[in-house]
Design a protein around this ligand. Sequence first.
Ligand code: ACO
Length: 430
Amino acid sequence: MSDKTVQITDSATNKTATFPIVTGTLGPPAIDIGKLNKETGYFTFDPGFAATAAARSAITFIDGDAGVLLYRGYPIDQLAKQSNFLEVSYLLLNGQLPDKAKFSAFEDEITHHTMMHEALKNFLHGFHHDAHPMAMLCGSIASLSAFYHDTLDMDDPEQRRLAAIRLIAKMPTIAAAAYRYSIGWPIRYPRNNLDYVTRFLHMMFEVPSEPLQLSPIVAKALDLLFILHADHEQNASTSTVRLVGSTGANPYACVAAGIAALWGPAHGGANEAVLKMLAQIGDAKNVGKAVEKAKDKNSGFRLMGFGHRVYKNFDPRATIIRDMCHKLLADLNVNDPLLDVAMALEEVALKDSYFVERKLYPNVDFYSGLIYKALKIPTEMFTVMFAIARTSGWVAHWLEQHLDPETRIGRPRQIYTGSVKRDYVGFDKR
Ligand code: ACO
């Protein structure tokens, strides 16, 4: 809390009310309007929460104008270069980088919680074979609360911690199982001698008939994508997890709600939408037309993978991923014509005054789809990949929320625009 205040004067009554300013360690200050309604009779109106901070959080910091992203204070480019996804998960959950002993204990615990209950297979088998894997993931994760109902005392810090570990550990197993079910392959069990990302790749792609050959850059690229997607402060899916969490709901239900929020094309579904859009554009020579269409508000078409609510500068994750995308495609000798379309689109849009004036830059998902495609991850699994990575962020926020004395049930207000009070009339009088 700072000693600064803001005064609001109601021009109708000339009454003034004073509100404290809240500051964090970084970022712009906020007006604490907790007592606004009591003191003035007004609520605030902020659709999309564009000017509203809903919580104090020590996990992730973004400066959208400067293109800065920090996890627990560490710049994303340093973590991308020097860390790995599991260490980043530890950092997000615990606030500090682990020493070697703590990291190995964490890795060991995650590794020994990767199995899913055999009965979960029955759930997956109950889906139609062409069900979207996000639908299967969302349903299966929610069902975990039925499997672990004996450890859902959310007032017990150890049960909360265990739930967080289980979610990070089981998400790749369930995601890979959903994929294999959809293509009719037998489910592969997690192999404990592999690291987190390689284990997932084996569960996805290894067939019983022959060993899987993986180029080291494949696991490296996926690990990088997981690091970049691990958290992004109060984004739509994390805010959903927190909103559901504020009711005291169990973490499996909260994370299932987060998965549902992530699925939308304006959020995590964008990586899938980018590839579909690039395929529709088809050739670099059609890029100009696509850009014109995106500028036409009546077309209903937007350039997927462009723009961000917070970044009004290059998304720092996009810069890192762009480099990896080029390196991976070169190393794997992939000649993807969609990459040419993507590069041409980026070039045209970055010079176009419509995009420049609105500060619409490529976001992380503009490139992630191309990497997933090169890794032979099917398009409908793209958002699932995002969900695996974001689980660390979701559970870190859910754990933080449980320790925050300011947590109250999330309950926004509204501006009612419906009918004023009227009396019911029977059929004969309507
Ligand atoms: N293509 C064309 N025009 C766009 C785009 C786009 N991708 N994004 C925004 N605009 C325009 C809007 O039409 C609006 O123009 P106006 O001021 O003339 O009315 C202006 O830019 C501001 O856009 P808003 O929709 O108000 O921005 P908001 O912050 O609400 O939306 C969002 C951000 C949802 C990411 C948006 O830019 C978008 O739809 N992008 C495409 C989808 C996408 O890539 N989503 C992934 C986000 S990143 C992530 O979740 C990991």
